[in-house]
Design a protein around this ligand. Structure first.
Ligand code: ADP
Ligand code: MG
Length: 249
């Protein structure tokens, strides 16, 4: 049994079947990539895993417990964190202030930057934030206005904001979308390092096949809301159905 078990999940938006009978099993401490053309239902699937959407039917189990009907806060406390398709940082805040938000959010379920009761526990959280920034080579940018950063750095900060919550399952929705090649390679290196250092399971949606083949242990191809094939990267590369439906060959 995988740490994440998706069973017979269906999700409709009006007349559109965005997900149809999705089954997916993600093994603990692996990187599982979900690929597929635009509109295949990849983001919808991810949203069903973090409580942003509730499937019409089916089940989603994390470590044997259902995530359905739980609030995003409860799901975060279960050990799931997620990076969005478009950067979701707070541009008006500094890098360090951005890092404190997920730490408070995980602890209290609310963003309470200006209502901190315990200075001691704030200091502890700040140490966690600093350690994480060091891990992603951004400690020197701690006091920087985050809106002023490059797109690559914003994505890096967003990743750090997820990782600082110490998730058991990290969900990434196109983490390298719109990145320059150098930033993409940095992201690959960072994720490889994290995979090695931590007990963490990664589910990644990604268009860039270089990223997918650099990181994934398993790949699921989603097409029109349904898994087309699931296999090792080696087998996916040469799979005729995948070439036809996705790689465009
Ligand atoms: P992907 O991430 O694979 O590109 P999405 O999961 O974003 O695909 O979308 C799958 C399908 O569902 C698309 O046809 C999209 O237009 C539709 N869709 C996604 N979210 C909504 C929504 N909130 N309301 C209506 N349709 C949606
Ligand atoms: Mg998407």
């Amino acid at each position: 049994m995988g740490i994440l078990e998706v069973k017979d999940v269906n999700k409709r938006f009006g007349g559109l079947q965005a997900l149809g009978d999705v089954n997916l099993s993600v093994k603990e401490n692996t990187c599982h990539a979900i690929i597929g053309p635009n509109g295949a239902g990849k983001s919808t699937l991810l949203n069903c895993l973090v409580g942003k959407l509730i499937p019409d039917t089916g089940s989603v189990l994390f470590d044997g417990n259902s995530v359905l009907g739980r609030t995003p806060f409860e799901i975060c406390q279960m050990g799931i964190s997620r990076v969005f398709q478009t950067p979701e940082i707070f541009g008006d805040l500094s890098v360090m202030e951005n890092m404190m938000i997920p730490l408070f959010a995980k602890r209290d379920g609310a963003f309470r930057l200006h209502a901190i009761e315990s200075v001691a526990s704030e200091a502890e959280l700040r140490t966690d934030a600093e350690r994480m920034l060091e891990e992603v080579n951004m400690l020197d940018k701690a006091n920087m206005h985050s809106a002023a950063m490059s797109r690559g750095d914003k994505r890096r900060l967003e990743m750090a904001m997820c990782l600082v919550q110490n998730p058991r399952l990290l969900l990434l929705d196109e983490p390298t979308a719109g990145m320059a090649r150098a930033d993409t390679n940095n992201t690959i290196d960072l994720l490889k390092e994290i995979k090695e250092k931590r007990d963490i399971t990664i589910a990644i949606i990604e268009h860039d096949m270089h990223v997918v083949f650099s990181l994934a242990d398993r790949i699921t191809v989603l097409a029109q809301g349904t898994p087309l094939v699931e296999d090792s990267p080696e087998n996916i590369k040469g799979h005729p159905k995948v070439k036809e439906a996705y790689l465009g060959e």
